[in-house]
Ligand binder design. Structure first.
Ligand code: AR6
Ligand code: MG
Length: 319
């Protein structure tokens, strides 16, 4: 191996680790602050500096399932991105993971779908039995970032995002949310850690894959808020901070773009914006880690993650 390819491989691995650890870190640090009001910067820093293990929620649990699924499908010899997701198997793996640890904070709708799947209902029927128009929750987007590690280009990443999300989230806005988050992760992986992301340029490719007035308006607002250096509370008022995909994915993107190059600040911004803090911070953290890499996080805080070993293994297999 030449010196150059060694450098490329080590930066690829650092970014893959950064994506996985950033997701888990945002989830774990954000979880205790969900729906709390009047949280300060000092509260979040105190949570970072504490010493107890960091316990994750459904966001990290299902991202690990997707990462393992993708790694397994590729190892089995599937060579086209369309084959990296076996929807029937993935739906079953998500449901089994819920059944093993139902206390991780799953949404009410997916809980009912997973119960139906475990009792033998095919996933397509199960999810329509719960919400006939499909769930518009952010569950497809919160776990999607590992897809960006295996999709070779935007088209493949879009396909993987949709296929991995639709087994639980069939509503068009949930799918748009997953596509937005996955393509943003793809772009963050390709951006040098020494360059900061420029909001207006960064969202251009996202506009191409999100051809609806709602999402294009959200992207315009993301750019405007970044350029005005809006505070987290104001960004949440404008973009939303709830459990819907359209009310949370843009806020995560905005957190990343506002502080790109400073991953701890990205996660703090997402948490200070309030609402569904674990999921917004998980999505923002995945983008920040994909951009800045694992080595940009404090060793103290990543060392406290409950799933640290599994996150390392998944990143190594997918990188
Ligand atoms: N009609 C009405 N309400 C809906 C609909 C719909 N079509 N879709 C979603 N909801 P869910 P998630 C509401 O259950 O997206 C966890 O804390 C409904 O109230 O599909 O996987 C995660 O960590 C439903 O219970 O779950 C995320 O933070 C809720 O949206 C968050 O929940 C969530 O949709 C979302 O998880
Ligand atoms: Mg959660």
């Amino acid at each position: 191996m030449t010196e150059m390819s060694e450098t490329i491989d080590s930066s690829r691995l650092d970014k893959a680790r950064g994506l996985m650890f950033g997701l888990a870190l945002g989830d774990c640090l954000g979880a205790p602050f969900e729906d709390r009001t009047e949280v300060t910067h000092a509260d979040v820093v105190a949570a970072e500096n504490a010493t107890e293990p960091l316990v994750h929620t459904d966001d990290t649990a299902l991202a690990l399932v997707l990462a393992r699924h993708l790694a397994h499908r590729i190892t089995e010899g599937n060579t086209r991105a369309g084959e990296y997701v076996d929807a029937d198997v993935l739906a079953r793996e998500f449901a089994e993971t819920w059944e093993a640890e139902p206390w991780r904070g799953y949404g009410g709708g997916v809980t009912r779908s997973f119960r139906l799947i475990m009792s033998g209902t095919p996933w397509r029927e199960a999810i329509r039995a719960v919400f006939p128009e499909g769930s518009f929750g952010n569950g497809g987007a919160m776990r999607v970032a590992p897809a960006a590690l295996v999709g070779g280009d935007v088209r493949e990443v879009v396909e993987l995002a949709r296929r991995s999300a639709e087994v639980t989230h069939a509503h068009a806005d949930a799918l748009h949310g997953a596509v937005c988050q996955a393509v943003a992760a793809h772009l963050a992986l390709r951006l040098s850690p020494t360059d900061s992301a420029r909001a207006r340029e960064f969202v251009e490719p996202l506009r191409e894959v999100l051809p609806t007035p709602l999402w294009r308006e959200k992207l315009d607002l993301v750019v405007e808020l970044c350029e005005r250096e809006a505070e987290p509370g104001h960004a949440a008022e404008v973009l939303g901070n709830d459990v819907s995909a359209s009310g949370s994915v843009p806020l995560a993107l905005s957190s990343f773009l506002r502080h790109s190059g400073r991953p701890e600040e990205v996660i703090r911004f997402a948490i200070l914006a309030g609402g569904d803090t674990d999921t917004v911070a998980a999505m923002a953290g995945a983008l920040a880690g994909a951009h800045s890499g694992y080595t940009a996080f404090s060793p103290h805080v990543v060392g406290r993650l409950e799933a640290a070993e599994r996150l390392h293994r998944c990143a190594e297999r997918l990188a």
